[in-house]
Ligand binder design. Structure first.
Ligand code: SF4
Length: 172
């Protein structure tokens, strides 16, 4: 009986293989397509490199509550908080993230930080070309992560409503 069961399992597995072999091949236009994802076709829920969001007034949504850093199982988020002043307002709340780093040497894109954020300040974008020659370059800083400093694919705009994307959003 085990031999028969094994043969049936192999036949089932090979059935899947042959079905896939005969189905039409999908060709993605990567890396020759236009835009930051260069023709790659990504699902709407794709979790790419993170994006720090701004609100409708252009202020940073992050209020330096550290919940994302606490939720991250890889301990890859580093934040330093600072107080907003009347002269210099960075976020709408009392505090803002003076330093916000994500270490992509450690990040495993689980999305826990995104889920933990009470302000929708950190989200996943669609950018995935993160390869570098120097490990230090995988530590992305606030300036790399802010929505106004990134170029995202058009599909990203579909996944987020217009009010989540500020006017300086760059579309390619
Ligand atoms: S990104 Fe969100 S969870 Fe993380 S510190 Fe900022 S407001 Fe808090």
């Amino acid at each position: 009986m085990p031999v028969v069961r094994g043969a049936v399992a192999i036949a089932k597995g090979m059935g899947v293989t042959f079905r896939e072999m005969l189905s039409p091949t999908k060709v993605e236009n990567y890396p020759d397509g236009p835009g930051p994802t260069r023709g790659a076709v990504l699902e709407e829920r794709y979790r790419g490199a993170h994006v720090l969001q701004r609100d409708e007034n252009g202020l940073e949504k992050c209020v330096a509550c550290f919940l994302c850093a606490a939720a991250c199982p890889a301990n890859c988020i580093y934040i330093e908080a600072a107080e907003n002043t009347e002269e210099q307002r960075i976020s709408s709340s009392e505090r803002y993230a003076k330093v916000y780093n994500i270490d992509y040497n450690r990040c495993i894109f689980w999305g826990f930080s995104v889920e933990a954020c009470p302000k929708d300040a950190i989200t996943h974008g669609y950018n995935f070309e993160l390869s570098v020659y120097n490990r230090g370059d995988l530590v992305k800083r606030k300036d790399d992560l802010l929505i106004t400093k990134q170029v995202q694919s058009k599909k990203y705009r579909v996944a987020f409503s217009d009010e989540d994307v500020d006017s300086e959003y760059k579309e390619v």
